[in-house]
Design a protein around this ligand. Structure first.
Ligand code: ATP
Ligand code: MG
Length: 374
């Protein structure tokens, strides 16, 4: 990328139920760099779709506060945001077609969150399993109020830009369902303001961690990052969890549910090689070492062009700052319009407007003076 200021797709919003061009909103919490799980769950779809939509990418730092809210955690937002934007560009998002914004710099999102929160019940949120998992992973004994409200805040992000599509991973789908319900409820109760956003699923429901846990996650320390150098990838892959029942290379192994093969299926661009390895694995005719060496090579083939693009974007020192500053200003204008639409639809603005009108009126004829005290 040269030093020029990126052009951002022009705004196409009119007041009313929805934007003229279809909009996409998705994003991540700035808790670390992006990994292979993000890629299959959401990034691949972002790249595939972003030019067909007006595309908003949120850096959800207010969402981060639901599990990480110390001063030290918050101090990592700047660095993590820059890394995440670079990772996003590296996998193929075109900066000219991507609006990146920092959630906390659009305070109207918090107002939308509040207005939407009266449309959701606590039992509805308590039924969402991913929130309990997040609380547990974050080592919380009790459910934080903000974490219970995570999907409502996410609904606020999505509806704030009147998004029509939300590409997210499997674990996030129940949150988007809340956003859809809230949009319908708002439209019915007041008047149609929001499109009901469609959920766009990733190719792989949930990429397991290198430790065999169901989900690769930044917080669990079981991730292969998009920016990991080849040697690091090799090291992580060679230590990966495989079929625990397989005690040696001559023992037939299970391919289904085996993380090493889940990664082969997702990232190896040589299907014949994968089929051959799977067959020999089932027959007990291949060692874990060979399966893993071929996986490391495949992941590194996948990551090489990603890392090359990353280096090119990284060389442009001001790029990320410009994208975040321009994108946040652009998003804030959209969100302010949405808040005005919501207040208007709810009739919430009416009372104060009436008081303002009254206050501006010329004072009536002076009231009769009170009788002087004796
Ligand atoms: P944290 O540990 O901070 O929760 P995370 O690594 O779990 O981070 P999120 O920020 O929760 O990642 O997720 C961002 C997006 O990537 C979401 O749409 C989520 O569904 C998707 N995603 C994350 N991890 C995976 C995975 N292992 N497989 C598929 N999709 C994933
Ligand atoms: Mg997560």
């Amino acid at each position: 990328m040269s030093g020029q200021t990126p052009t951002i797709t022009p705004t196409a919003t009119k007041p009313g139920p929805g934007p003229v061009a279809p909009r996409m909103l998705t994003g991540d919490r700035p808790t670390g760099r992006l990994h292979l799980g993000h890629y299959v769950g959401s990034l691949a779809n972002r790249v595939r779709l972003h030019k067909r939509y007006e595309s908003f990418f949120i850096v959800a730092d207010l969402h981060m506060l639901t599990t990480k809210n110390s001063g030290q955690d918050i101090a990592t937002v700047y660095h993590n945001t820059a890394e995440m934007v670079l990772d996003s560009l590296a996998v193929g998002l075109d900066p000219a077609h991507s609006v990146f914004f920092l959630q906390s710099a659009v305070p109207e999102v918090a107002e939308i969150n509040l207005l939407l929160s009266s449309l959701v019940t606590v039992p509805r949120l308590e039924r969402i399993p991913s929130l309990k998992e997040m609380a547990r992973d974050a080592g919380k004994q009790e459910m934080p109020f903000a974490l219970l409200g995570y999907p409502v805040l996410q609904a606020a992000d999505i509806l704030a830009v009147k998004a029509t599509a939300v590409p997210v991973g499997h674990d996030n789908a129940p949150h988007v369902e809340v956003a859809r319900e809230v949009a319908r409820r708002f439209n019915r109760r007041y008047r149609p303001v929001f499109p009901v956003p469609a959920l766009i699923h990733g190719d792989v429901p949930s990429l397991p961690g290198t430790d065999g846990q169901a989900k690769m996650s930044k917080s669990l320390g079981n991730a292969i990052y998009l920016a990991d150098p080849p040697e690091e990838v090799r090291r992580k892959v060679m230590r990966m969890y495989t079929d625990p029942a397989r005690t040696g290379p001559g023992v037939p192994g299970t391919v289904e549910g085996n993380p090493v093969f889940a990664y082969h299926a997702a990232f190896n661009d040589r299907p014949a090689e994968v089929a051959d390895l799977a067959e020999r694995y089932r027959a007990g005719k291949v060692g874990d070492v060979e399966v893993k060496q071929k996986l490391a090579a495949a992941i590194n083939r996948f990551l090489a062009p990603v890392q090359e693009r990353r280096a090119a974007f990284e060389a442009d020192e001001r790029l990320v700052a410009e994208l975040i500053v321009t994108g946040t200003a652009r998003t804030r204008r959209e969100v302010q319009r949405t808040v005005a639409d919501m207040r208007d639809a709810m009739g919430l603005a009416a009372a104060f407007t009436e008081f303002q009108r009254q206050a501006r009126r010329a004072p009536a004829a002076a009231a009769p003076a009170a009788p002087a005290a004796m």
